[in-house]
Design a protein around this ligand. Structure first.
Ligand SMILES: Nc1ncnc2c1ncn2[C@@H]1O[C@H](COP(=O)(O)OP(=O)(O)O)[C@@H](O)[C@H]1O
Ligand SMILES: [Mg+2]
Length: 149
């Protein structure tokens, strides 16, 4: 049985969400897949900006809503994927999702439920939720076995 561990974090600003991404990154293995769940505007792309900063990548992170995949090259690459405009796992396979998921570095996927069956077993799932207070977000992390507590 894999021991899943759930953690709930609160963020009160975009900067706090980005900083939180750095702390999540520190606990990931060298190669990791992050599934970022949550409605539009919940902070998923903001979190990826924080990942890029923490990885020392100077690239400007923008939403890959239309381009679907942004590859940020570095010592440890960051691949940022947005499946919002994808229908299902078949479409995602056309896009080459499986290769990205098996690639080096960190692969962050927005709207991962579009292709849930393709996600590898060690995927870290994060759920972003908006609260009544406009700048507040709740981020629930489901750590797979093997990630440092
Ligand atoms: N605590 C917070 N964390 C992240 N984003 C926040 C927060 N508070 C307000 N925001 C705003 O919410 C929006 C989040 O956008 P974005 O990261 O693109 O969302 P998503 O990728 O989930 O659609 C941004 O406009 C950001 O400024
Ligand atoms: Mg986004």
């Amino acid at each position: 049985m894999s021991a899943l561990h759930t953690e709930i974090l609160e963020s009160d600003s975009p900067a706090a969400t980005a900083a939180l991404a750095g702390r999540v990154l520190a606990r990931l293995p060298g190669r990791a897949v992050l599934a970022l769940h949550g409605e539009l505007g919940s902070g998923k792309t903001c979190f990826v900006k924080g990942l890029a900063a923490a990885m020392g990548l100077r690239a400007t992170v923008t939403s890959p809503t239309f381009t679907l995949v942004h590859e940020h090259r570095g010592v440890r690459p960051l691949v940022h994927i947005d499946l919002y405009r994808i229908r299902d796992a078949d479409d995602a396979m056309q896009l080459g999702l499986e290769e990205y998921l098996a690639g080096e570095g960190v692969c962050a996927v927005e709207w991962p439920e579009r292709a849930e069956v393709l996600l590898p077993p060690g995927t870290v799932h994060l759920l972003f939720e908006v609260s009544a207070e406009s700048d507040r977000r709740r981020i629930t992390i489901r750590w797979p076995a093997g990630c440092a507590a």
